[in-house]
Design a protein around this ligand. Sequence first.
Ligand code: K1U
Ligand code: ZN
Length: 147
Amino acid sequence: MARIDDGIRRLARDMAETMYEAPGIGLAATQVDVHLRLIVVDASETRDQLLVLINPEIETQEGSQKCEEGCLSVPGIYDRVERAEHVVVRYLDLDGREQAVAASGLLAVCLQHEIDHLQGRVFVEHLSQLKQLRIRNKLAKQARITA
Ligand code: K1U
Ligand code: ZN
């Protein structure tokens, strides 16, 4: 069993608070400028099924689905992304125990989105070059307006 220190527990708690307040269904440590492989997710309707995943790795993926995504790091941009329909993700929990979660639907999408963040990828990189160009132009325009 791995030892998880109190700093990691505090980080996970703060990230969960940020995610619920946003509101969002997931958050990766890299989004709050912490370069650790840690994500929090809660894709439940009741907002009471928090998962904290340390060192998450996709073990298996099957099928495909297209789901609308947004991103707290790319505000105002939403689009449909094709991802695996079912995934099994292995991770360590806050007690340092190895766990696995089998997910489908929105939870599977959210896990893939957050694990992408840990690799420095954002969902728009799954879109066509043309869509990415349009998004870049839109963000540049927004930046000019707010400057
Ligand atoms: O990682 C992030 O940027 C958070 C992002 C995660 C995500 C959204 C949609 C599909 C996959 C992953 C968000 O949570 S954006 C906000 C959002 O989609 C939402 C907020 C409240 C309720 C339901 C959805
Ligand atoms: Zn995101």
